[in-house]
Design a protein around this ligand. Structure first.
Ligand code: GRF
Length: 216
């Protein structure tokens, strides 16, 4: 079966991108990473991609007069690398409805909360302030409204007394690095399919899409 051809958009550290690249290094993984694209020249993740021989592209948003021009350049670069599916991984630009429409049901994101709770920024600060005992991460298809869209998979991690936003983020990040490759694999295998505004999961994959990672 042909592999899904994936482009990853980043803005910084790129640890989720790295997790996807590592997963795709397995010949059995059903997706290949065609390129990594950053809107910031100083994104650490670009180096990581380059070192692994993956095309690492800079499309600097500051070099474009409008969002529409910037996004057209992003799409052009993705198409030049024959990308047919896009993963946002710490991409810190809000994508426009036109871009989302262009990549309709071929654009996913990872968000560090159990959506629909804690959309937006500062998720860990807000979860700690509320005293929740579980938080997590969500991989979802992107829709025009921020942090809304058909949910592919979620992982939960515990919140522990004494946690700081940093300690919670670190615990959660290890879950993100497991969840994002899993979600991409299920999509590429055709086991996670958008059906309206939710995602249907094949019966043999159900157990994988809801995960709990214990603290230790
Ligand atoms: C992650 O926490 C992700 O959930 C959020 O942004 C962060 C990106 O981290 N969307 P990295 O660049 O993948 O290390």
């Amino acid at each position: 079966m042909d592999k899904l051809k994936v482009g990853i958009l980043i803005s910084g550290r790129g640890s989720n991108m790295a997790a996807l690249v590592e997963a795709a290094g397995d010949p059995a993984f059903p997706a290949e990473i065609r390129c990594v694209l950053s809107n910031r020249p100083d994104a650490k993740g670009l180096e990581f991609a380059r070192e692994r021989g993956i095309p690492a592209i800079l499309v600097d948003h500051k070099a474009h007069a409008t969002k529409a021009e910037f996004e057209a350049a992003v799409t052009e670069a993705l198409l030049a690398h024959e990308v047919d599916f896009v993963c946002l991984a710490g991409f810190m630009r809000i994508v426009s409805p036109a871009f989302i429409e262009r990549w309709h049901n071929r654009l996913i994101n990872i968000h560090p909360s159990l959506l629909p709770s804690y959309k937006g920024l500062h998720t860990h600060e807000r979860a700690l302030a509320d005293g929740v005992k579980l938080t997590g991460c969500t991989v979802h298809f992107v829709r025009a409204e921020m942090d809304v869209g058909p949910i592919v998979a979620q992982a939960a991690v515990p919140v522990i007394s004494g946690d700081t936003p940093d300690s919670l983020a670190a615990r959660l990040l290890t879950a993100e690095h497991r969840l994002y490759p899993l979600a991409l694999r299920l999509i590429a295998e055709g086991k996670a399919k958008v059906n309206g505004e939710t995602v249907d999961i094949a019966p043999d994959a159900v157990d994988e899409t809801a995960r709990f990672f214990s603290a230790r």
